[in-house]
Ligand binder design. Structure first.
Ligand SMILES: *[C@@H]1O[C@H](CO)[C@@H](O)[C@H](O)[C@H]1NC(C)=O
Ligand SMILES: *[C@@H]1O[C@H](CO)[C@@H](O)[C@H](O)[C@H]1NC(C)=O
Ligand SMILES: *[C@@H]1O[C@H](CO)[C@@H](O)[C@H](O)[C@H]1NC(C)=O
Length: 333
């Protein structure tokens, strides 16, 4: 148990202080979300991502990619990029037709929600591994493994049927294989290089404290906000001196619009124990100069309420009662 924080630290700062530790994304994937409301209505959302940073959108009306960064084409020529747009245009067209014409043959019932993800990832040591997976109604449906379409158990007989059908189209399999095993790795390395200045930049976090909704009588929720940092790995803890406080809760890492991240870290403490606590932030951009914020000096609203307003209210109440009693004594005939 005691080792856990150090293991976490190792996960959050992969590579430690080795010089060539690569900061930033290591994978490229395209995602597809397709909705079929009925046999005539279909809508597709397409996107391209470096890990969780979106660099492409898809305009279904014109059948073209939306470039979200000046370097979204990587090192591909305009011709090669346009060719790939064409491949996706045909893909969406054929995909829509196949689902609409064969929904009942595939045992799919409207409304149909299909999600697809395909791409490649750079592993340590330089190996690049490609992947392709599809889901139906939020459940795994099929995946590509080597040259084979593998139905997911959750996909049942429907997935087995679709995979068997796909395996009959050798031309399609060869094209997908080329995209996954040749085009994707070449594009990934090129785009990581083209976007290097932005992908490997270091942006310092800002941090501030607030109190959250009271978790119960006599308790305070201390909130430490950390925002605007890049890259994503960050370490935030509530501390008493050098001692990490147990019971710290982390929100999900949320994206800001400017490609930086936000994290909220909370701690539930008894009112009397808040003093002396601090929030500590470690991030690669801080180069070892951790941010440390101490709780308690700016007077919190809770404290004002407890020390000033509450006693005043009690005093007022006592006065009112005393006055009422006096009145009722005087009223006795
Ligand atoms: C198909 O679904 C769309 C979107 O929900 C709807 O506007 C349209 O009327 C539906 N068409 C039919 C034939 O049910
Ligand atoms: C894919 O193929 C390689 C070699 O051809 C083999 O070692 C590996 O086990 C295969 N993987 C799967 C999931 O079939
Ligand atoms: C792009 O960069 C990759 C990796 O450095 C390289 O293999 C490829 O030849 C370059 N050019 C194109 C057009 O892909």
């Amino acid at each position: 148990m005691l080792l856990l924080p150090f293991q976490l630290l190792a996960v959050l700062f992969p590579g430690g202080d080795s010089e060539d530790a690569f900061q930033g994304p290591t994978s490229f994937r395209v995602t597809q979300i397709s909705s079929f409301a009925n046999s005539t209505w279909a809508h597709h959302q397409g996107a391209g991502w470096l890990d969780d940073l979106q660099i492409h959108g898809w305009d279904s009306d014109s059948g073209t990619a939306i470039l979200l960064k000046p370097w979204s084409k990587g090192n591909f020529s305009d011709e090669e990029f346009a060719e790939l747009e064409g491949v996706f245009r045909v893909h969406y067209f054929v995909f829509t037709q196949e689902i609409q014409q064969r929904a009942s043959e595939f045992q799919m019932e409207y409304p149909i929600e299909i999600q697809g993800i395909a791409g490649c990832e750079l592993h340590s040591g330089g190996a690049i591994v490609s992947f392709l997976r599809g889901a139906l109604g939020g459940l795994d449906f099929l995946s590509a493994q080597n040259d084979t379409c593998v139905p997911a158990p959750e996909g049942g007989s429907s997935a087995q049927y679709v995979c068997k059908l796909i395996m009959q189209y050798q031309g399609v399999i060869d094209n997908v294989k080329k995209l996954l095993l040749e085009t994707c790795p070449r594009y990934l390395l090129g785009v990581l290089d083209a976007g290097k200045a932005e992908l490997q930049r270091q942006v310092k976090p800002e941090a501030w404290l607030s109190s959250g909704p009271s978790p119960g009588p006599g308790h305070l929720l201390l909130v430490c906000h950390v925002s605007g940092f890049y890259p994503k790995p960050v370490w935030v803890r509530w501390m008493r001196g050098e001692q990490e406080q147990p019971g710290t809760w982390h929100s999900d890492l949320l994206p800001n619009a400017d490609w930086t991240w936000y994290l909220r870290t909370t701690l539930d403490v008894a009112v009397g124990e808040a003093a002396g606590l601090s929030c500590r932030v470690k991030h690669s951009s801080l180069e070892g100069q951790d941010i440390i914020l101490h709780w308690g000096h700016p007077i919190s609203i809770g404290l004002i309420f407890l020390t000033i307003i509450m006693p005043s209210l009690i005093l007022l109440l006592c006065l009112a009662l005393w006055y009422k009693r006096r009145r009722s004594y005087q009223d006795i005939p």
